[in-house]
Design a protein around this ligand. Sequence first.
Ligand code: NAP
Length: 281
Amino acid sequence: MTALVLDGKSLARKIEAELAAKVIELTSKAGGTKPVLATILVGDDPASATYVKMKGNACERIGMASLRVILSQSTTTDELLAEIDKLNADPRVHGILLQHPVPKQIDERKCFDRIAQEKDVDGVTALGFGSMSMNEPAYGSATPAGIMRLLLDYGVSIEGKHAVVVGRSPILGKPIAMMLLNANATVTICHSRTQGLPQLIGLADILIGAVGKPRFIKGEWIKDGAIVIDAGYHPGGVGDIDLSAGTDRYAAYTPVPGGVGPMTIAMLMAQTVESAEKSLV
Ligand code: NAP
């Protein structure tokens, strides 16, 4: 059996090309006003700075504008809330991305939840999560939304499958579990206190690795014919799932790099364009 490669890099490129065309149309309809994504970077974490830069570059590639807010490492919760308030009130801004993690002294949840619903294009607010979980209109958290789009575009059927999600973070594990549930999968969510993890993983028709530990999930735990989605990304281009013994046994898998990663940015761009479309025309 040769596994289907869920190629996020090429799908993201296709999505970006479609978005670029949409941005031209939208900008012309709006008399030259471009969609704008505001990015907030707090502190001096080099990885966060790289992610924000990548998102700004993606805006440029599709013809959108980005507005960069850079705040110092010593920023307080109140100062960050005030910046978010300004962006919420700024009619030029269609989407707000608060890069996380933020420095420890900041109440991250409070700051995420301050983002106006209509500008929460990264899907980080509790309200957005609740709406998405209830199958109400909401922007999904970008990485899980990217995974769902990847499954959809490659025609992977979800209904009735047993999905095992390893990880329960607010931006990844929890939202992907709800999205899969809404797509009629039977979902098991695993975390650091889960007992018998290898056995549970062995039951997965669809496995989502979102642990944040390099090659933590072993290939031998995964059953033949599974669909293997690795959301992890670590230095050296390593994911959370160890597929070094080969991928032939699986029905489909996401490569690392080039699987889930590029889809995250593509979804952020798509949701910003959608928000701009609602506000501009
Ligand atoms: P996170 O916030 O650190 O969450 C990790 C989750 O894994 C937690 O729920 C934790 O459980 C669980 N976990 C830790 N050790 C475990 C163990 N021994 N057994 C079972 N579960 C365990 O990480 P995250 O933000 O969700 O990110 C996860 C991965 O995705 C990382 O590799 C990150 O780099 C990657 N990521 C990629 C993108 C992208 O754009 N490609 C975006 C976001 C994240 P507890 O809740 O019990 O602590």
